[in-house]
Design a protein. Structure first.
Length: 332
């Protein structure tokens, strides 16, 4: 059973970090030191936290959700004009039941988007995701809105990651360069139907497989649940104007297992439709991800978890995508 106990997920005002995010000596600022301390505690204890003071207007955050609701209210025939297929680079709209988590069908529909890149840039493995994102023409100006939103989420994620790097004992720019100098991103625009019964799984328990996730969810429905270290499911009650941020598998590897990616799931027990826009900030697509040297030195014998030693992010992503949409391939 999930616990409605909001304080179990920390609330972090990151505005002091944003003011100093381009300063190498930002730890000389007491406000930044406090933000870094809170980030470290949140990443160690639960892997999820609310972000406030992030500088993205609440009006924009709400408009993204409002226009997303308008898209999902369209007839299926209209939504299927941007249908997801392998030939489209797994980009576009998926109807309810297409997505599978751990082999089980999820109760949601979505638009999947990825950072666009030039054909052939990432060789054979990149071919799977090549192509332009499919944006609906209805509602109008949706693409323009989301382009602005993606840019702001990219900048915010980079600055949060700088704070996390400091929390781990590195420089603010420890992850940048060959690892995250040209970050990939993924975005899932998700709609969860209202239900009549209880505990229908909108999205099964999983960890995210990138670096950081920014979750923009409806303010009036509680559906996201996070698994605590004690094994309890904690309900992530919406806080208007905030993002929920969580760490993913790539950060677990890069930090040498100091920070764990946390299991979470979605159960929309509300009779009303719910939307969630999840932005995933990733490493470079072709990065060979392994524990950074500084964290090997600082945490040479981390006992908390067994860390995958090396993994190419793009290969990991493509494998996850093809596994998730295995049924889509069968019926395409």
């Amino acid at each position: 059973m999930a616990t409605n106990f909001i304080s179990l997920l920390p609330i972090i005002d990151i505005s002091p970090l944003l003011v100093k995010c381009d300063d190498f000596d930002m730890l000389e600022d007491a406000g930044v030191v406090e933000v870094v301390r809170k980030l470290d505690r949140a990443c160690r204890d639960v892997g999820f936290f609310y972000v406030i003071g992030h500088g993205i207007s609440e009006d924009l955050i709400n408009k993204v959700k409002e226009m997303t609701h308008r898209f999902f209210e369209l007839p299926y025939e209209e939504k299927l004009k941007i249908k997801i297929t392998p030939a489209a680079g797994y980009r576009g709209y998926q109807r309810i039941g297409v997505n599978y988590t751990s082999g089980k069908q999820d109760l949601h529909e979505a638009i999947d988007c990825y950072r666009e890149f030039n054909q052939g840039k990432y060789g054979e493995i990149g071919k799977v995701l090549e192509g332009p994102n499919q944006w609906p023409k209805n509602p109008q100006e949706y693409k323009e809105l989301m382009d602005e939103y993606i840019k702001l989420c990219t900048d915010l994620s980079r600055n949060i990651l700088r704070g996390i790097s400091l929390a781990l004992g590195g420089s603010p720019y420890e992850f940048e360069g060959n690892m995250v100098g040209d970050p990939f991103w993924v975005m899932r625009i998700i709609g969860y139907p209202g239900v009549n019964g209880e505990n229908e799984i909108g999205c099964g328990a999983h960890t995210d497989y990138g670096l950081l996730t920014l979750i923009n969810q409806d303010d009036d429905k509680t559906a996201l649940q996070v698994k605590s270290l004690a094994g309890d499911w904690i309900s992530a009650i919406p806080i208007p104007g905030s993002f929920i941020c969580n760490i993913g598998d790539m950060l677990k590897i890069l930090s040498n297992g100091v920070y764990e990616s946390t299991l979470h799931r979605v159960i929309n027990n509300s009779p009303r439709y719910r939307v969630c826009v999840a932005f995933f900030y990733e490493t470079n697509f072709d990065a060979m991800v392994e524990p950074l040297d500084i964290f090997k030195e600082k945490y040479p014998e981390n006992k908390r978890s067994q860390v995958v030693k090396r993994i190419v992010y793009g290969e990991h992503l493509v494998n996850k995508v093809q596994t998730t949409f295995a049924k889509l391939v069968e019926h395409s």
